[in-house]
Design a binder for this molecule. Structure first.
Ligand code: ADP
Ligand code: MG
Length: 381
């Protein structure tokens, strides 16, 4: 294990969204300073960082500034150009590595990688253009979801298609190059594994999370997942194998589908994950704390789940429910075991993640009811 980077060193963060903001808060708590690189003047992380470099992720002079200012650099989203990570990692400690990012930022490459590890994955076909669609009908892939290979998140860039004609229509209408066509899986449940891996290969695994999505966007996470231990252990084993084979250092998440009591890997996120937000309020150490410890080469902490938890995402729709922007009255919700996190985004949009609420306590079914009551209250206000 290399040298530990001690506080108050300057750390770098590529990306200024809420995941970056939680990283900055964790780094500050541990005594570090942070420089955030993000093109948005008003980015949540940029606003609270010691320094905000407001530029694109491929601006060379800004990257040189990061190299000169920071002892180590991490990222908060997968769409940073992998050339950027490559440029940085040659000069300064940067995690995750460019090879890992270049695989997981393209769905097609990510799926090939998962297959190469002989891990379970649903039926899919890489699609390079409409002309190359050949005998798909024979492969029993429909009904399917056609997903953009790059830049998709929160269900964006996805189309539900029932046959070849519908698939061709979407492809002909699109300027995007690469797609992947995935057979729709009958989902019994979705789960995720969030873990942090240090440079000497030690991993600390957070409790397995059960996830409920609405229209492709994470809605509710339940911790610990209500899934049998065999599946949990299997999911953790697969996530560890993925992290190891990516030479991954930092916090990583793997999303899984469960269908007929069998796991299928959905996708990998090379960063902390929305479903891991409960760690801020229910664990002794958060996914962001561990991200900082991985980056600074410090020892990771053993994880203790202190309370069970249910997390509810707050989307911009709630701010727009009256047809104009109204900020919900969150102070009315305050109470024991209710943790409200708002990301400080100026512009609420439908489907945009504006914050989340984590309720913690003992009985999971009670916590789910409590989260649903909070949701109803917010919509009735
Ligand atoms: P994103 O990158 O936007 O999170 P995902 O591929 O994870 O995209 O898809 C978002 C959600 O859509 C999933 O969590 C799941 O609920 C649903 N979904 C995606 N792919 C499939 C599939 N092949 N079969 C069934 N549901 C799917
Ligand atoms: Mg996903």
């Amino acid at each position: 294990m290399g040298k530990v980077i001690k506080p108050p060193s300057m750390l770098g963060m590529l990306g200024g969204g809420q995941l970056g903001k939680f990283f900055v808060e964790a780094a500050h708590r541990l005594g570090y300073e942070v420089t955030v690189l993000d093109p948005d003047q008003e980015s949540p992380a940029g606003k609270i960082a010691n320094k905000h470099i407001c530029s694109s992720f491929s601006d060379k002079s800004s990257l040189d500034l990061m190299i000169n200012n920071c002892e180590a650099i991490s990222t908060e989203f997968e769409n940073i150009p992998s050339e950027t990570i490559k440029y940085l990692e040659e000069k300064v400690r940067t995690h995750p590595n460019s090879g890992a990012i270049s695989i997981v930022q393209r769905r097609v490459k990510e799926k090939e990688f998962i297959k190469s590890l002989e891990l379970p994955i649903g039926l899919y076909e890489p699609i390079e253009s409409a002309e190359l669609l050949s005998d798909l009908e024979d492969k029993k892939i429909f009904p399917a979801i056609l997903k953009q290979s790059k830049f998709g998140y929160d269900g964006k860039g996805q189309h539900h298609v029932n046959n070849l004609t519908e698939t061709k229509a979407v492809l002909n209408d699109s300027n995007e190059g690469e797609f992947v066509l995935e057979k729709k899986i009958k989902l019994d449940k979705e789960i995720s594994v969030v873990l942090s891996r240090s440079s000497d290969g030690v991993s600390k695994i957070f409790p397995v999370i059960e996830n409920q999505h609405k229209e492709g966007i994470l809605d509710l996470s339940i911790i610990p997942a209500r899934v049998n231990d065999v599946l949990k252990i299997e999911a953790v084993t697969y996530a560890l194998k993925i992290a190891k084979n990516l030479n991954y250092v930092g916090t990583i998440a793997v999303e899984f589908f469960i269908s007929n009591n069998k796991l299928y890997i959905n996708e990998v996120a090379p960063r902390p994950h929305n479903s891991g937000h409960f760690t801020l309020d229910a664990c002794n150490v958060s996914q962001f704390d561990q991200q900082v410890l991985c980056l600074t080469n410090d020892n990771l902490l053993d994880i203790i789940l202190e309370k069970n938890a249910v997390m509810l995402n707050l989307l911009g729709d709630l701010w727009l429910k009256n047809g104009e922007v109204t900020i919900p009255n969150f102070t009315q919700l305050e109470g024991k075991g209710i943790n409200i996190h708002l990301y400080g985004k100026n512009e609420p949009r439908a489907g945009r993640k504006m914050g989340h609420i984590t309720v913690v306590g003992e009985n999971i079914e009670d916590l789910i009811i409590k989260a649903e009551e909070i949701r109803s209250k917010l919509w009735e206000m």
